[in-house]
Ligand binder design. Structure first.
Ligand SMILES: C[S@@+](CC[C@H](N)C(=O)[O-])C[C@H]1O[C@@H](n2cnc3c(N)ncnc32)[C@H](O)[C@@H]1O
Length: 212
């Protein structure tokens, strides 16, 4: 119920005319494309947070790096509204959002558009029979590979040991990527889920890969 109340408050706040314009990029219609130059300065780097959730990492990261532009991809529209309202209240001009399934959103990005992509604590699907629903699988890696610029980084984190093993196996066997230094983030850039896992002392798998 608290979540529903929060979502209603966010929807009301999103319509507040005293806030700066929405950072949500409308999804294009069938056969249409996004005019990326109207949303980003294409001369500056863009980084995407895939499955940004309530945006704690994305908002903190955007505030800490005003010269970098950030794109949050998120399936749940209530979460997108929440992050949008927070970004507008914080006056963050370097953050944009696109709602929808990342597997449908990534194909809308131009080749080599991103300097980095983060996938932090994707839905875990812990039961073996549900592993096929996990986001980080071969088609996702292909999609990320296309949108990363050469030298671009893919940062991954999960609390699920079997998911982490499969990420390492998938990317370790992919000649298009090389292992890179793991991204070190200050605690204010920990995600919402990460805070819960760290508070419980759970093991977190983190790894980064460079697109060759
Ligand atoms: C477990 S939450 C983690 C959120 C955030 N990264 C964090 O660590 O707090 C996973 C998020 O990914 C989103 N998600 C799941 N499948 C997705 C997909 N196919 N495309 C985009 N977002 C997705 C969910 O709606 C949810 O917000």
């Amino acid at each position: 119920m608290a979540r529903t109340r929060g979502a209603k408050k966010d929807i009301l706040a999103a319509a507040d005319p005293s806030l700066p314009p929405s950072r949500v990029i409308p999804r294009p219609g069938e056969g249409e494309t996004i005019d990326w130059a109207s949303w980003f300065d294409l001369a500056r780097p863009v980084e995407a947070d895939i499955g940004c959730g309530m945006g704690r990492f994305l908002l903190a990261r955007a505030a800490a790096n005003p010269d970098v532009q950030y794109l949050g991809l998120e399936l749940e529209s209530a979460r997108v509204v929440h992050v949008d309202v927070a970004a507008r209240r914080a006056g963050l001009d370097n953050l944009r959002l696109l709602q929808g399934d990342a597997m449908l959103s990534l194909p809308l990005l131009p080749d080599g558009f991103l300097r980095a992509a983060t996938v932090f604590f994707p839905d875990p699907w812990p039961k073996r029979r549900h592993w096929k629903r996990r986001l980080v699988q071969a088609p996702f890696i292909d999609a990320v590979h296309r949108v990363l610029a050469p030298g671009g980084l893919l940062h991954l984190a999960t609390d699920q040991a079997t998911y982490f093993e499969s990420m390492l196996a998938l990317l370790g066997a992919d000649a298009r990527f090389a292992r890179a230094e793991t991204l070190v983030r200050p605690p204010e850039q920990w995600t919402d889920f990460e805070r819960l896992f760290r508070a419980k002392g759970e093991t977190i798998g983190e790894a980064s890969f460079r697109r060759l």
